[in-house]
Design a protein around this ligand. Structure first.
Ligand SMILES: Cc1cc2nc3c(=O)[nH]c(=O)nc-3n(C[C@H](O)[C@H](O)[C@H](O)COP(=O)(O)OP(=O)(O)OC[C@H]3O[C@@H](n4cnc5c(N)ncnc54)[C@H](O)[C@@H]3O)c2cc1C
Length: 337
């Protein structure tokens, strides 16, 4: 069998998770990651990284969406339980989601039966935080901190023989002429690279603060969240549809600070480490499919894996495993030519 040559475009959580899975699946393949942004420059780095898929996350069918989520959970759980878990930035954590108005906000049909504990909060627990909380749930889940995960993934990929190149890709088709398969993990970049207007940004802004006494996560009515990672606690948030603004907004910052310190007053004494803004690459349906193009009589094979919106850290492994299957299909049809 000739040596398989794959290009993965994108160095966020989707690109790296896909590239590592491809290295597992095709041990002798030449795999190269190409990207114009790495580590803290990516959207992935702004994420708190909590495993909690929301209702706007969508695959082609309910069954496939659930499979991606389940595969992802088991992947992160397995990594968490290995000796590399902490280095890779994966940990288990528990906490509460409260709502003052709607019972559905504290439910999560995707993970209620998947995570070790997902139960209604008791009346005492509803009093844990100031506010008029009528509904609540307690659950245990996982968190992947991308500021640890991405450097860990870079090292693992290079040690496995992978190659990383800093470059902006202007055309998938032109690039594809030099590879057997191109895997497109460009997140919001796919809007331009594929002229895909279904990909839209949902702007988010967060604080990263030092507050080592916060061990439990809290969500207040979904829009306000306090998520303790390894080094910092992420305070958020906002979701602004079709905003491309990558600058820090002072009013968002004040609103986030006010809401988070109202929910957990001890945060008023936290040291602010950083503020981050990111554009979540939302698509009505994640694009995970094969595309075959004919360029001047030559076949170019592309596997798309983008559009994970606000849930890319959660669902990176499940979608990456699916992308590997698509690469295998693309490669076997290639070999039959
Ligand atoms: C404030 C905030 C909080 C979040 N919290 C969570 C959370 O708790 N849990 C969760 O699951 N998700 C969360 N998310 C969502 C998560 O961050 C995204 O779903 C995820 O980062 C998407 O990953 P990605 O790899 O597709 O995109 P990115 O991280 O944006 O990576 C895209 C990569 O593609 C490269 N690229 C793009 N175009 C080109 C090109 N033409 N040529 C070369 N390279 C290119 C970029 O350089 C980059 O390396 C949050 C997001 C934000 C903004």
């Amino acid at each position: 069998m000739p040596e398989l040559k794959i290009a993965v475009i994108g160095a966020g959580v989707i690109g790296f998770t896909t590239a590592l899975e491809l290295k597992n699946a095709f041990r002798n393949a030449n795999i190269e990651i190409l990207a114009d942004k790495f580590n803290t420059e990516t959207t992935s780095s702004a994420a708190a990284g909590v495993f909690r898929p929301g209702t706007s996350f969508c695959g082609p069918t309910e069954e496939i969406t659930r499979k991606w989520i389940e595969d992802s959970y088991y992947y992160w759980e397995h990594l968490c339980n290995t000796s590399e878990g902490a280095k890779a930035g994966v940990k288990q954590l528990s906490g509460y989601i409260f709502s003052s108005q709607y019972p559905h906000i504290v439910k999560n049909r995707y993970i209620e039966k998947l995570v070790p504990v997902y139960r209604a909060a008791t009346s005492e627990e509803l009093q844990l935080c100031p506010g008029n909380w009528k509904y609540g749930s307690f659950f245990i889940t996982l968190l992947t901190e991308c500021d640890l995960y991405l450097p860990w993934a870079i090292e693992k990929f290079i040690n496995a023989g992978g190659k990383i190149t800093g470059a902006k890709v202007e055309s998938l088709e032109t690039l594809g002429l030099n590879y057997d398969v191109v895997v497109n993990c460009t997140g919001l970049g796919a809007r331009y690279l594929c002229n895909d207007h279904k990909v839209v940004p949902i702007r988010g802004q967060v604080y990263k603060v030092r507050a080592p006494w916060i061990k439990t996560f809290f969500y207040g009515d979904y829009d306000t969240y306090i998520l303790p990672g390894f080094t910092n606690v992420t305070l958020g948030g906002c979701r602004q549809y079709e905003s491309y603004n990558l600058d820090m907004d002072e009013y968002d910052a004040r609103s986030i600070w006010h809401r988070c310190t109202s929910l957990v007053p001890s945060l008023a004494g936290a040291e602010i480490v950083a503020q981050r803004v990111g554009l979540r690459p939302h698509r009505s349906e994640v694009r995970l499919e094969n595309e075959v193009k004919n360029i001047n009589g030559r076949v170019v094979r592309i596997v798309h894996n983008y559009g994970h919106g606000g849930y890319g850290v959660t669902t990176a492994p499940g979608t990456s495993l699916h992308a590997c299957k698509l690469v295998r299909e693309a490669w076997s049809s290639n070999s039959k030519l």
